[in-house]
Design a protein around this ligand. Structure first.
Ligand SMILES: [Zn+2]
Length: 230
């Protein structure tokens, strides 16, 4: 899933755990991707491209068993939950962060090609519904709808909605081989791709965090109110 929709997931979690600080939620939903960026820079994980790149189907997440395997993601989520809840006595935050980490895995399984293994060292099965490869326009509609759903549940501002819609539209050329876009410059430059993804992560997390603040998130026991809708 693209960065804007992972970031939007933090809105859902914030709605469920209103007292959890948004910054933690934003980092948790992209923790797996941030690990992927670091491990690619370090040469531990590997990304390749076709000689020409027309869409995301020409980009291959060739080796990422540490940042994007089912087992590591679940153990990381469990560890984060237990450490924050038992070690720092912040039960709500622990559950919210653990959930945030798991959502990334679930959303990637829905959209990615077959590139997510169960555990490092296991080469099969490789999981992922493969929407990016088999039905990229469906992936676009699914991601856009999901992003708007997150905004709706959060009851965010119009600015936040605009960010989610524009953030998804900005990915359209990546999902369509017939729409030209900046992805053609990524051919043979996997680390440039990693850098682009990293910048997308940072920009979307910051903007979602800033625009989400415009919702007055006052928590009352038994009732959650949003200033813009009440
Ligand atoms: Zn990912």
């Amino acid at each position: 899933m693209f960065a804007i929709d992972h970031a939007a997931t933090a809105l859902l979690i914030k709605r469920r755990f209103p007292s959890a600080p948004m910054t933690w939620l934003l980092v948790s939903v992209q923790a797996m991707e941030l690990a992927w960026v670091a491990l690619n820079y370090l040469g531990i994980e590997r990304t390749t491209t076709e000689s020409t790149v027309h869409s995301v189907a020409d980009i291959h997440l060739a080796y990422m068993p540490y940042s994007h395997s089912v087992g590591i993601a679940l153990i990381s989520a469990l560890a984060a939950w237990l450490i924050i809840e038992k070690g720092f006595h912040r039960a709500v935050l622990g559950r919210a962060v653990g959930l945030g980490i798991v959502t990334h895995l679930i959303l990637d399984l829905l959209t990615h090609g077959h590139d997510i293994v169960l555990w490092p060292g296991l080469t099969s099965p490789k999981l992922g519904l493969g929407l990016y490869e088999s039905a990229p326009f469906v992936a676009f509609i699914v991601e856009l709808t999901y992003g708007i759903f997150c905004w709706r549940v959060y009851r965010g501002s119009r600015g936040l909605l605009a960010l989610i819609v524009i953030g998804n539209l900005a990915n359209l050329s990546f999902l369509s081989p017939i729409i030209p876009g900046p992805e053609s410059y990524l051919a043979g430059r996997p680390l440039l791709l990693v850098t682009v993804v990293f910048l997308q992560i940072v920009v979307t997390l910051v903007l979602v965090g800033v625009l989400a603040r415009r919702t007055d998130f006052t928590y009352h026991p038994g009732r959650i109110s949003s200033g813009e809708s009440s």
